[in-house]
Design a protein around this ligand. Sequence first.
Ligand code: AMP
Length: 471
Amino acid sequence: MHAAHFQSPAAVDSDPSLHLRLALTGAGMRRPAERFSKAAMSFASLGLADALVRAVTEHGYTQPTPIQAQAIPAVLAGGDLLAGAQTGTGKTAGFVLPLLQRLSVPLPRMPHPSKSLRRPIRALILTPTRELAAQVEESVRVYGKYAKQTSMVIFGGVGIGPQTAQLRRGVDIVVATPGRLLDHQGQGNLDLSRVEVLVLDEADRMLDMGFIRDIRRILSLLPSKRQNLLFSATFSDEIKDLADSMLDAPALIEVARRNSTVEIITQKVHPVDRDRKRALLTHLITSQRWFQVLVFTRTKHGANKLADELSRDGIPALAIHGNKSQGARTRALAEFKDASLQVLVATDIAARGIDIDQLPHVVNYDLPNVPHDYVHRIGRTGRAGASGEAISLVCIDEHAYLRDIEKLIKRTLPREVVAGFEPDPRARAQPIQQRQGRAQSIQLPQGRAQAIQQRQARAPQGNARSARRSA
Ligand code: AMP
């Protein structure tokens, strides 16, 4: 496989504007297939078949988004693709539509017919979370409404039996999270040797969640001749290594979000004491009549506790995180989406891939210790061109986190003290526990507490497995 070489990925990684600049050099690279021209663009003009154009038109899309305008022709041309794009840009249709079209070409004849007569898996889409997998597969169904391909979703946390039965029947497109896919492989339920197209969606999130070994293992199960599409919002050295090793002279696409986050999302910090956060949140929700609020906590325990407390305050709230059953997560998400649930409390990992248009309010009940997570969190609001508000409730323990976030986004967030919730000027910082979500009860001397806090804030993502477990 051909190697792609990035220049200074660190500079890209720290870019706060969500506008990914792929600084790339190297022989054999193709520039984006076509430049996006808004005026002339339609789905049909991108070379998509009538059946696909009809499905997206019926779904209400009138014009391709910038990533679709660039990715669709590039993928149809059959080469590899490296795309810098976040959720919210329309990236899913950017790979699903051309993928469906490519699979409409009849299956190449096997020189040695497979022992099994069932239809082979022709496309594999890997995603970091169950929610994203489910949403992507739903998109495959929507966009493929008039196409002939079949699809299924594979993820853990639910019984393996129905998935096995579906695999046995044969399916064209599999959307999966890596762990459960490998479980199926281990049980002999899968044959990935005839995959023609591989998509890694939100590759940076997959690596953050510790999936690199699983991904490498899956790559080893695929035929070497295939088309690879890699989507990532940020570019770390790990992503660079992965792209270098799996992409062959990729087309390169970079897009900003459809909305420019900084302009459309209002960001604000409410300084508040740690033990008054819940009362402040209740006050904001009720006094400002917020009806659809996504609230982030750092831990699963914190999410459960807050959802219970809000419910006791008369505000319908549910928590979603990795310890909840898949059924409970799906139900909570569905209720939240149709606005019958007022508040959804989520941990970072559980919230990834949540796609709700025009989500008006995102609240950081706890600031994330990884500054990039702040950018991902607030990206859940102000989508599809709608305006949104991202509020952070910040207590003294989190000042180091706030400084790191402001350094990353290169701006100081406006502070606004809410009357009646003024922070106690004599309060002292306490270290933050990552796992249990409870502040330690012992009072440490301020200097030591701050040192611990700064270490926590600066610690790298840490042990990926523990990060996965704690979400
Ligand atoms: P994605 O980035 O793929 O998660 O898409 C974000 C949202 O944009 C989803 O709700 C899509 O349904 C919506 N969307 C995708 N493509 C278009 C389009 N061409 N026109 C309008 N909405 C779109």
